[in-house]
Ligand binder design. Structure first.
Ligand code: A2H
Length: 253
């Protein structure tokens, strides 16, 4: 945990009906996987959502209509940020494990392809954000490698009950150009550094260092409403658009 509070944008990834048996009681409500991101401008490139298979999650009442699926820790923080039906007290409507979430069909704001699926990522931390991560393999080395692992390892798919059609064909959606790295910076850097899997922590840290700052300082949007604009300019505009449309909320920890 840093000393500075971190402000995330929580992307409301809508769970599409019909709901799975564990969520049946929630039919009639708007249920979302709440994914924490620092890069709202990348939401055009979402291809799927990530959950930790062994992670503990809950479905928490945000208001009379909306329910967010996330960790209890995040629900408690949100309750203190006025996002809970009962002020300062999270109300859990269903306890869920990450495995219960795998295969959920989702509709996510700004995503071109849809529906997208919740898939397993083994490196998710449960003490950061909401424990739910939206996947942008074009610009996030972690996302690219986790998806690459599922695509190239049928045994991994089998282990977590991931159907072939949820990950194949593997298509990275170009959304940002970085002069040094091209239109799929994460893919390029993962190949250049010869990263083997999502567990290759040191190399992934290096890949993130290489792409993260450059995306912000040198990146240009090549899709969406702000196509042609610098990432630096587009980021606050896209963030505001998501918040105004109420397809996202702010969350600090
Ligand atoms: B980012 P920081 Cl395109 N466990 O969103 C692991 N990773 C998590 C997480 C958790 N519990 N919660 C959030 N994250 C990810 C987009 C993105 C992100 C791109 C490029 C880089 C990037 C799409 N995934 O992050 O430790 C989320 O992924 C690189 C740092 O708080 C979130 O933003 O700095 C980021 O890590 C937050 O990481």
């Amino acid at each position: 945990e840093g000393v500075q509070p971190q402000e995330y944008v929580l992307i409301k990834m809508e769970v599409l009906t019909p709901f799975s048996p564990k969520l049946k009681a929630l039919e009639g409500r708007n249920v979302y996987l709440a994914a924490a991101t620092l890069r709202p401008e990348t939401m055009y490139g979402q291809t799927n959502c990530w959950v930790l298979p062994d992670g503990k999650y809950g479905a928490f009442e945000i208001n009379d209509t909306d329910v967010f699926i996330m960790t209890e820790r995040a629900a408690l923080n949100l309750a203190y940020q006025h996002l809970s039906r009962v002020p300062e007290k999270p109300t859990c409507l269903a306890q869920l494990s990450g495995s219960d979430l795998i295969g959920m069909r989702l509709r996510s704001p700004l995503a071109f392809s849809g529906p997208i699926y919740a898939l397993p990522m083994l490196t998710i931390l449960t003490d950061k954000g909401t424990g739910i991560v939206t996947s942008v393999p074009s610009d996030s080395p972690d996302d690219f490698m986790a998806l690459q692992d599922l695509v190239t390892k049928p045994a991994l798919r089998a282990k977590y009950g991931v159907k072939d059609e949820w990950v194949l064909p593997f298509k990275v959606i170009p959304i940002i150009n970085i002069p040094e790295f091209g239109d799929k910076s994460a893919e390029k850097v993962c190949f250049d550094l010869k990263i083997k899997s999502q567990n290759d922590k040191e190399k992934l840290a290096e890949a993130k260092r290489m792409t993260y700052l450059k995306g912000f300082t040198d990146g240009t949007m090549i899709v969406g409403e702000y196509s042609g604009r610098r990432v630096q300019e587009a980021k606050p505009l896209i963030r505001k658009k998501l918040l105004d449309e109420a397809t996202a909320v702010l969350y600090s920890e």
